[in-house]
Design a protein around this ligand. Sequence first.
Ligand code: UT7
Length: 322
Amino acid sequence: MTGKICGTGSCIPEAVWDNQKLSEMVETSDEWIRERTGVAARHIALGEETTVSLAAGAARAALENAGMSPEEIQLIIVATVSPDKLMPTTSCEVQKQIGAVNATCFDLNAACTGFLFALNTAQAYLSQGIYRTALIIGAESLSQLTNWEDRSTCILFGDGAGAAVLRASETGIYGLVTHSVGDMGEVLTCSSRNRKEYANGPAAPETYMQMNGKEVFKFAVSKVPEVIGELLEQEGLTTADIRYFLLHQANERIVRSVAKRMKTDMERFPVNIENYGNTSSASIPILMDEMNRKGLLKPGDKLIFSGFGAGLSYGASLMEWQ
Ligand code: UT7
């Protein structure tokens, strides 16, 4: 038994901050940001928009796409590194907003690898027959953790949410390889949460994301091809068997470098970071939703999802589009 994806959705904040706007905030330029990251603009959650509202919006869109009612969902997992609150969990807040009264809900934090780990977790429940339906969501308001005076990080990140509905299926394949390297945790940290808590005074530095971008970059371009290679070998497949590689949209240069190292055409490594920036756990499901809605994913297509990020953690999962 596996879980097949039967619906996808996403929810993107209305406000768009392009590179020009950022160049008015820090010393940078549209040219530098595009060249080094591939990002042209990112969406920022403002006003009533929160991690919960984005997650709920993506969930509703995915349920509609699946033709399912919220009551049919038995499990909700939200992957997020930027929850609005520690308690109640984002997943329980989503449950309340969408009326998924029969679901068991929990959050999962694996930073940018979060959606991949949520997908693996849902697959484990579905393949064991514990639940027959699941809703998994990657949702982030990274703008709350971003130091808007630090040009080495603020140019990269954006807000948004993506979701997928899964149903247990007698057919289909699923494989995964995951790793964590806690020894490298210091290269990407945020040791206290949510800037909103510090609204009355200058925010403490530890409330912002701190990143050694170069180290994360080097890690990603070496470990992502390696883990995809491990997964392919484990499943007895080659790159030629894979229709698309959906990578965490961290930086377009990382995706290009992985494609090059794997000697695979960029056409099979879709990229949408230009319009959203790096949305951490939301990037893979937003990309998948865009591709699904464009009709690019066909039954029988073998897909590899690969994520990496703070922890550090990384992994790759294989599934067939049904
Ligand atoms: O989502 C998972 C976790 N995150 C990632 O995967 C991020 C991985 N890392 C990256 O994407 C890249 O390292 C960054 C986009 C963050 C930075 O790009 P880079 O090519 O590694 O730049 P750098 O930090 O090596 O800086 C190169 C130069 C430096 O100037 P000097 O020392 O060469 O004179 C920086 O001071 O560019 C300068 N610089 C900038 N210039 C204009 C750094 N940030 C900026 C900026 N605008 N925003």
